[in-house]
Design a protein around this ligand. Structure first.
Ligand code: GLA
Length: 389
């Protein structure tokens, strides 16, 4: 938990006034269903208790002022409601600015600016969706401050629009949805084609969700991510010559196998294969969890990693090594890279009694082989974005 009193004191120092409200939006970890959300498939993320806290105060002019306690050296960054353009030099403030821009695209204009101070504990560049958390946090704080009528799902969609059309990452809806809609001790089984969802209690009995940050920063991912999305669109267009489908995940694996030759390109075929099989794995994994079969759930996680490594090629040597180490420890049910990829974290489900052995194995091997230190966290699954006070 953040030091709220320190945040309030800083707010008063920096902006010379008291805030109107305190809000929180979490980061997320995806248990399975990777790179399916822009292919009309299923995902299975949960909200973390790591997240971003924000203090907001309404102003009477058209200025927005921003301060991050994570980047105090940047000082106060300002922007005007009359100039909502993306600006590289505006760094993290592009996300809140983008949310205000996205509201404008929905014909919702806020009447005045605001002061906004944030502090967060999501490890940066770890693939745990700090940007989605910031988008959802801004949407919620601004909605309440100005009495707007967006639903939590609307706020997730506004965050995705910010990411896609303001910041230039063609991401799906998973991260923002998980941050907005998470529930403590449950994962969200989301059908991204319909935005239909249900909560599945995480009854892991004697096991925990363990995050391991490879500390490979995934900051240059946007071009590779957008390329994957492009390749999936290409595969879909070619497959549509043979099947009446709207998305790749409309196909079951057997249907895909029967018509895949029409794609006619080995790389694009592997990308599509990942999406189709990953969706199938996700639906099966949720069934396993509901039946309390953590072992089978973990095996599907492992298969997901192998597919991301070999077919989708969004893993990297460091996360492959972490998964490999995990798979060698008795008591680890499953382990895979999570999130957009190209670095970031693995997520593992590990028996309480085996966590020590896993940590020791990572300690003994990871730095020696990669020159980097890994950070290991036992995750706790918390609620989605909300007002604290
Ligand atoms: C990133 C994107 C999500 C999703 C994942 C991969 O986190 O923001 O929309 O596509 O990658 O599953």
């Amino acid at each position: 938990m953040m030091d709220i009193n320190a945040m309030k004191k800083k707010f008063a120092d920096v902006f010379g006034a008291q805030p109107d409200g305190l809000y929180f939006a979490p980061g997320r970890v995806n248990l399975i269903g990777e790179h399916t959300d822009y292919n009309g498939g299923h995902v299975f993320p949960c909200a973390l208790t790591f997240g971003i806290y924000g203090l907001i105060r309404r102003r009477s002019d058209r200025t927005m002022r921003f301060f991050s306690m994570n980047y105090p050296e940047a000082g106060v960054l300002e922007a005007s409601l009359d100039n909502l353009a993306y600006d590289k030099a505006a760094s993290w403030t592009n996300y809140p600015k983008g949310v205000i821009w996205a509201m404008g695209q929905k014909e919702v204009q806020i009447p005045s600016g605001f002061d906004f101070l944030i502090d967060g504990d999501i490890p940066a560049g770890a693939g745990l969706s700090s940007s989605a958390a910031l988008e959802v946090l801004t949407g919620l704080a601004v909605r309440d401050t100005f009495g707007l009528s967006f639903s939590m799902t609307d706020l997730a969609l506004l965050g995705q629009k910010t990411e896609n059309d303001f910041c230039g990452l063609s991401s799906g809806i998973m991260d923002q949805f998980a941050s907005a809609m998470g529930r403590a001790n449950s994962a969200i089984f989301l059908d991204t084609a319909k935005l239909a969802y249900s909560y599945v209690p995480l009854m892991l009995k004697h096991a925990q969700i363990v995050l391991t940050n490879s500390n490979v920063k995934h900051s240059l991912v946007s071009s590779a991510y957008n390329e994957r999305r492009q390749q999936c669109a290409e595969a879909l267009a070619r497959l549509q010559a043979k099947a009446d489908i709207r998305t790749l995940c409309d196909l079951k694996p057997e249907q895909f196998e029967a018509i895949k030759d029409v794609i006619g390109d080995p790389v694009i075929t592997r990308r599509a294969k990942h999406a189709v099989y990953e969706d199938d794995r996700t639906v099966k994994a949720v069934e396993c969890l509901k039946k309390d079969d953590i072992k089978a759930f973990g095996q599907l996680m492992n298969a997901s990693h192998i597919s991301l490594r070999d077919d989708y090629e969004t893993s990297c040597p460091e996360t492959d090594l972490l998964a490999q180490i995990a798979w060698s420890i008795p008591g680890v049910y499953g382990s895979r890279i999570t999130g957009g990829g190209f670095g970031g974290c693995t997520v593992s489900i590990i028996d309480n009694d085996a966590i020590g052995a896993y940590e020791a194995a990572v300690d003994a091997q990871y730095e020696k082989q990669t020159g980097k230190k890994a950070d290991i966290y036992v995750a706790s699954v918390g609620d989605g974005a909300h007002r604290i006070e």
